[in-house]
Design a protein around this ligand. Structure first.
Ligand code: AMP
Length: 194
């Protein structure tokens, strides 16, 4: 199985590059942000809880997020047979530790972590542009500041967590979508040959 964590700040291109990865490597895509937005759209109880956090740019509590991820994994075992791309999860050390255990219990592990590195001003420009194009409610200036703060405080320590495990691959996340995907493939393809 090829289990890829795609990692980076909001606006770093995780969703865009996930689309390329899914097509090229036939992986099952789990975007926790998409799962939450889908629940909001369908008006579920989870959606109502999630909306309050998302609109403020805060993270959904770890225990809730970890339960959601476990149930998505268990509901899609067949589609996930080749591997999974984890997009937007983990976002905290507690989530990363839970993911290790969860995958271990299912006889697998994280193969690699693709870390998209993008300068802060470009992140802000991209997110505000996406807000204009898609109407995504948390892509506005007020929320963006919070989301970047949350990223620096709670999520960026995961870089070291995965570096310590020898899993972190730093990718320059600027340039065209194709250029960035070429850089990603250059780190994934050797893993397939190994
Ligand atoms: P995203 O689409 O990945 O940028 O996620 C949008 C929002 O959903 C985030 O700002 C969080 O409020 C929430 N969210 C998504 N994934 C997680 C996660 N793994 N842990 C906590 N909150 C999350």
């Amino acid at each position: 199985m090829l289990n890829i964590v795609i990692f980076g700040a909001p606006g770093s291109g995780k969703g865009t590059q996930s689309d390329n990865l899914i097509k090229t490597y036939n992986l099952f895509h789990i975007s926790t942000g998409d799962v939450l937005r889908d629940n909001i759209k369908r008006g579920t109880e989870l959606g109502a809880i999630a909306k309050a956090y998302i609109d403020k740019g805060q993270l959904i509590p770890d225990n809730l997020m970890i339960d959601i991820l476990a149930s998505v994994l268990d509901d899609h075992r067949e589609e996930a047979a080749n591997g999974v791309i984890f997009d937007g999860f983990p976002r905290t050390i507690a989530q990363a530790e839970a993911l290790e255990t969860m995958l271990q219990e299912r006889g697998t592990s994280v193969t690699t972590v693709v870390g998209l590195e993008v300068p802060e001003q470009e992140l802000i420009d991209r997110i505000l542009l996406r807000g204009k194009l898609t109407g995504r409610s948390d892509d506005n200036m007020d929320t963006v500041k919070n989301r970047l703060g949350v990223y620096h405080n709670q999520t960026s320590p995961l870089k070291e967590f995965y570096q310590q495990r020898g899993l972190y691959q730093s990718i320059e996340g600027t340039g065209t979508i194709e250029e960035i995907f070429d850089r990603i493939q250059a780190v994934i393809n050797p893993l397939l040959e190994a």
